[in-house]
Design a protein around this ligand. Structure first.
Ligand code: SF4
Length: 238
């Protein structure tokens, strides 16, 4: 068995276990490369896992175009969760549209309104959620486990691609003709909101383009953080 076949077999087994033992479960897709590997595996294997995305109102047009690409390729509508309009209006009125550049606190408050609160609604009522995070993506993810407790949402959390490296992600996507976000070929390995994501140079950390004006230690959006600390404390034995 090749390394890729081994990774695919392990990830498929994890997804099947989630579908069997953790229903209802949902997959949070950012519509980036890693998440398209999981999308392909979930939909090809017809697993009863709902795929959703957080439509923050600040995404690139290339990312939004992925919704149509997924619909065309798989006949699947990714569920969208949006921020509360009143909360967005209040933040913009008080602080300005791009106040996230002013301080880590302002950035986290924008992420809380546009991502964290909608995520809570997307996860409500489920037993587990799935992400496309990989250990090799950054120093904030180096201890990532495949299966974790998520105390913030009181559910299990799975990172089925934790062991994958970037080369195998792309080998899988090409071998299976999976649709991919056009931003990747423009130098964006990690994709988030348009004003908070830039292309990176060869050799830079793959998440260096996210909130590039901040210290590496603060570069998480709050989806995987509780009280300012990463919550990957307690991994769960498979
Ligand atoms: S990534 Fe930027 S624009 Fe998007 S929610 Fe966070 S601070 Fe706001």
């Amino acid at each position: 068995m090749s390394k890729l076949e081994t990774l695919v077999a392990g990830t498929t087994a994890t997804l099947e276990r989630i579908a069997r033992d953790f229903t209802p479960a949902v997959f949070a897709s950012s519509l980036a490369a890693e998440d398209m590997v999981l999308t392909d595996l979930i939909l090809k294997n017809r697993l009863p896992i709902v795929i959703f995305s957080l439509e923050t109102g600040r995404l690139h047009k290339e990312t939004l175009a992925m919704l149509d690409k997924v619909k065309e390729h798989y006949g699947y509508d990714i569920a969208l969760f949006r921020p509360e309009p009143q909360a967005v209006d209040q933040y913009v009125a008080q602080n300005g549209l791009n106040a996230f550049y002013d301080s880590v606190e302002m950035r986290r408050e924008c992420c809380r309104i546009r991502k964290v609160e909608p995520l809570g609604r997307a996860l409500a009522g489920n037993k587990a959620w799935i992400t496309g995070q990989r250990r090799a993506q950054s120093n904030t993810r180096s201890s990532l486990a495949v299966h974790e407790d998520d105390p913030a949402h009181l559910m299990d959390k799975f990172n089925p691609l934790a062991d994958w490296d970037e080369a195998h992600v792309w080998e899988y996507l090409r071998a299976n003709a999976v649709p991919v976000n056009a931003l990747h070929e423009q130098g964006f390995p990690s994709i988030g909101c348009e004003p908070c994501t830039r292309a990176i140079e060869p050799g830079e950390d793959v998440r260096a383009g996210r909130w590039w004006w901040e210290n590496p230690e603060s570069k998480e959006c709050g989806l995987h953080v509780v009280d300012g600390k990463l919550i990957r404390i307690k991994s769960v034995a498979a």
